[in-house]
Design a protein around this ligand. Structure first.
Ligand SMILES: Cc1ncc(COP(=O)(O)O)c(C=O)c1O
Length: 423
């Protein structure tokens, strides 16, 4: 018989008292639990293009005895040396990068880039500190900051997500005047095929951000999240990373990359490249306390894939696939007549998302009638207000094209358009 236990109350920490489960966990659980609910919300990759053969082959090989750096054993806190080297090669394979600028000493492997982001922020921020983010920004990061008691503050951007340098300078002046200068701890940019706006920051835009910060004397850490950089459809985005742009020389920098979206989300291997030795040591110190090393076996699998030159061919295949998925979702929205209803979006050039904006004034929040009708019709999306630090505006929706098979993706789009039409 089950014992009935009475729980006495616990005096939780500030984080424990204030923590709310992230919306993403709920969205993912709903998508997984109910196959009838078509999710345009969960940012999953497509099961159809998961690298089963590669992972299967290397999992077999790596479980044979006598492997170098035994993959079934604990590994190093910072991650496997060879994979750190190969990850530098991956970053340097993009336009505007120079391999000699990357030293594996600065690279650490993590349980997805999400962990790297969390560690980096923990090392920098106290309760009440500020991180500047684009508008819109990655909503899981916004929720994470909230959970840590950190204030995310939006860098002024236009409707498409393009940064407005003059307004940014004005915001910084305002914060300075309010005595908040020392509270601004970092700038967080999702600069390649952004989740959610799907746009990429141009080199000029990045330069403008650096100049605004330099002119105001704000040499704060810059975190560049490049989770989708590999997932371009036709062409790699031309802007170099902040690591390679001289305008950012004066800043402590952290570049985040991942093998989840472009390879296998389930292996959950990501990385950070940090140019500031002290910040890096703090990050590694916290990581040591947290898990003293991410899944060693998973790292070893990815290492083999890269070492044998099999990563790039894999990427070439999935790029075509995700380009097609984005095109399927977009054409269904267009053919359904969403544009005629005054909705607009930019055609994505990479990533897994369409950032759709209804006519201003439309309410698409979680508690809105629109959202409820979508759930009733069996389709989920991410309400765009979650992607803004202020929770406004309310008329945007993040629609993910990655996960659903093509026929279900079409059906999800049809259901979404039907709700927009009031059918
Ligand atoms: C912009 C962005 N950054 C980071 C992550 C975290 O990815 P992972 O921890 O799987 O590497 C995601 C996942 O959706 C993302 O969209």
């Amino acid at each position: 018989m089950k014992r009935s236990e009475s729980h006495s109350s616990i005096a939780f920490s500030k984080i424990g008292r204030e923590i709310q489960p992230p919306v993403i966990v709920d969205l993912m659980a709903r998508a997984l639990a109910n196959p009838e609910l078509l999710s345009l919300a969960a940012g999953f990759t497509d099961n159809a293009v998961l690298p089963r053969a590669l992972v299967g082959r290397f999992a077999m090989e790596l479980t044979q005895e006598g492997q170098a750096e035994e993959p079934l054993q604990y590994g190093q806190n910072q991650g496997r040396q060879k994979l750190r080297e190969l990850s530098c090669d991956v970053i340097a394979s993009h336009p505007g990068e120079d391999r000699s600028a990357y030293d594996p000493v600065n690279l650490f492997l993590t349980n997805g880039s999400q962990q790297a982001l969390y560690l980096a922020v923990q090392a920098l921020c106290d309760f009440g500190d500020i991180i500047l983010v684009e508008e819109p920004s990655y909503f899981v990061c916004l929720e994470m900051l909230k959970g840590l008691g950190i204030r995310a503050m939006g860098i002024p951007c236009d409707d498409t997500g393009a940064v407005q340098p003059e307004a940014m300078a004005a915001l910084l002046e305002d914060l300075d005047a309010k005595g908040e200068r020392d509270r601004i701890k970092a700038v967080y940019l999702v600069s390649y095929f952004c989740n959610p706006s799907s746009r990429s920051l141009e080199a000029d835009e990045k330069r403008a951000i650096a100049n605004v910060l330099l002119e105001g004397g704000w040499q704060v850490p810059i975190i560049e999240d490049a989770a989708y950089r590999e997932l371009f459809f036709e062409e790699a985005h031309s802007a170099p990373s902040i690591i390679s742009m001289p305008e950012f020389d004066a800043f402590p920098k952290l570049y985040l990359g991942t093998y989840t979206k472009p390879f296998a989300t389930g292996l959950k291997v990501g990385y950070g490249y940090c140019t500031h030795p002290e910040w890096l040591q703090k990050i590694l110190g916290i990581k040591g306390h947290q898990d003293f090393g991410s899944a060693h076996f998973n790292q070893a699998i990815i290492e083999r894939v890269l070492a044998e030159g099999l990563y790039e061919p894999h990427l070439q295949g999935i790029r075509k696939h995700y380009a097609h998925k984005a095109q399927v979702l977009e054409s269904e929205l267009i053919d359904g007549g969403l544009r005629e209803l005054g909705w607009h979006w930019e055609t994505p050039k990479g990533g897994l998302i369409i950032w759709a904006r209804a006519p201003k004034g439309t309410d698409l929040r979680m508690e809105s009638a629109f959202c409820q009708q979508c759930i009733d019709q069996g389709v989920l999306y991410v309400p765009g207000d979650l992607c803004f630090s202020s929770g406004e505006p309310w008329h945007c929706a993040r629609l993910a094209s990655g996960a659903l098979p093509e026929d279900r993706l079409r059906e999800a789009a049809r259901r979404f358009v039907a709700v927009a039409k009031g059918e």
